[in-house]
Every structure is written in C-alpha cells, then in structure tokens.
Design a protein around this ligand. Sequence first.
Ligand code: BT5
Length: 331
Amino acid sequence: MECPEGYVSGEALSELLGVSRTAVWKYIKEIKEDGYEIKASSKKGYRLGPGGDILNSFEVMHGLDTAVMGRKVEYFKEIDSTNTYAKKLAGEGCPDGTIVLAERQTAGKGRLGRAWASAGEKGIWMSVVLRPGIPPEEVQMITLGASIAVVKAVKEVTGIQTGIKWPNDIVTEGKKVCGILTEMSCEQDRVNFVVVGIGLNVNHKQGDFPDEIIDRAVSLRMLAEGRQTGIEGEADKAKLKRSSIIKEIARQLEKVYFDINEGRASGIIDQWKSYSATLGKKVRVSIKGVEYTGTAADITTDGKLVVDCDDGERREVVSGEVMVRGILGYV
Ligand code: BT5
C-alpha cells in the first residue's frame, strides 16, 4: 500500500517483517484469498493491485485520522446484528468510538421491531459505540448528527447529494438509501452509552432488495448509474469503495459528536435543516395513534418535528412515523 507505483521484493518484505521468505509467500497467498489483487514477479517481487471493494478492520483503520472514532474496529463476515453486538461490547466497557462492521447481517434491525435487509458484500452495516456526556432526553441529537454525517460523507466520497427525512432516513427522490437506528442504555439523568447503527445501501442492484422494499429502496451504485454512464470505470468503482465511505462517515461523525458533547447543538440543528427533505413539505404524522396532515414547519433544539396541522394547531412529533408527500405520494 505504501508503494503504489512499484514492486517490493520478497527479500525486503522478509527483512521488514522479520519473517522468512517462505512465510512472506504464505501470507501473500492468504491475503490473495481475502480478495487482494497481488502481482508476483520472480525478478521484482510483489505488487499490490488497485483491488476491489474489500472490507475489513485494517482497510477502515488504515489512514484514518480521527481522535476517537474507529480507534477500535471489529469486523465480522456474518453476524445477527451489529447493533446487538455493539451493545454487548459497550456493556463490557469498550472504548468510545468503537465501530462494529459486518459483511452480512442475519437479523438486521430497524426501529420498532422492523427488519433491515442486509445483503452480503453490498452495504455498510455498521454500529458505533458512543459515550456522550448529555442527558437521555438529548440523545435524539445524536441521531440527527449521524444523519448529517452520512449525508456529508456520501457527498464527499461519491458526489451524490442525499437528503434527510425526519428523523433517521437518508433519502433521495423519495427512496431510502440509508436508515439509522439509535439505541441507548441510560439511568435517570445519565447516558451510559449510545449505539448508532447505520445501514447504508452501497453496491446493490435493484434485484438485490427483497420484494417488499424493491420500489422504496435504492443504493449509491443505482444512483450513480442513473446519473452517469461509465460507472464501471476504475475511478467510479473507487468512489463506491465501502472502506472509504466508512472512513469519511467516521470523520464526519466525530465532528458532530464533539459538537454535541461540547454544547454546540444549535449548529447541528441548522445543518440538519439545510439537508432536510421534510421541512416545508406536506406531511402525514401519527401522534399517540391519531393521524394528522399538515406542513412540516421546524425542528426543535431537542430534535422534535414541529408540524402546522391542517386543523390550525401546531403540534410536535417526538418519534415515530412521518410520511412526506412527494412524487410517490406519502412515503
Ligand atoms: C431504520 O429503521 O431505518 C434503521 C435501520 C438501521 C440498520 C442498521 S444496519 C447496522 C445496524 N445493525 C442493525 O441491526 N441495524 C442497524 P426503520 O426506520 O424502522 O426502517 C425500517 C424499514 O426500512 C423497513 O420496514 C423497510 O420498509 C425498509 N428497509 C428495510 N431494509 C432496507 C434497506 N436495506 N434499504 C432501504 N429500506 C429498507
């Protein structure tokens, strides 16, 4: 990785690592099995190819310049749910900013007992353990902050602009590309830990989604293909490298996390508003089981959605369902 242009001789590697040439050869064989592309020349040695969308802890941590986010990364080929595992790690005292990643989830979770479709090798299924110094009622701010981090990271790495549907969906053209599930453990006035689960569809083709959501879900690859042909080019493939997107999410999440921890929450609200796909739109909301239609007017400093209902009342929505009227009707 440090010599992208040239070959490194087996001898140099064996000296650098303090192992035999045979051991170097064995390791090279192993990392090839992990998906790395390595050219070997008997005269010149080994050369690492550009490689595909390989995901593992090393790929995420290599070159990551954050202070807390992703200082510890655990990667699984398969797991039930990264959130469930992250909560276990958090309970055992893992460091602030620990990231859990999985190639595939067998029981990926949405909110309110809903399922999250988590196909293998296609998406970013990640959970981050945070230990914010805020009271439990402000934890909603973390969800808002995480949505901002994802929107910014996606834009930065892929150039694709997405928006936020209150409180936790990242959408574009009425389709969902990412969902966020925040879970917490707290005492009356103190948060023990928060787990932010981020599910971001990256390399899916439409047929990779289950039938129930095929019309409502979209991936970054599908968006990129819709906007430009030639996504098969190397440069475009690199933009959809999951490890690069995860690193940028970690960087952006760290910024909003520090803002929240250091009392700069108003900045978060302003940023959230600028990316909102909800504010100013006709919405249908459910408050304590009663449905209202109206216009999404604002968001409060503790993350509630303010709706000017058609009956003339102004109401605040704490959590739950908000359907936004768009090209597909209310979704
Ligand atoms: C969410 O719930 O949007 C939160 C999803 C969080 C998933 C991450 S993945 C890593 C971490 N580990 C976990 O176990 N979970 C987190 P909610 O707002 O309830 O939306 C769920 C609904 O989104 C489902 O009922 C489907 O309609 C739809 N859905 C399911 N899978 C989807 C997907 N891959 N892409 C788009 N929409 C999906």
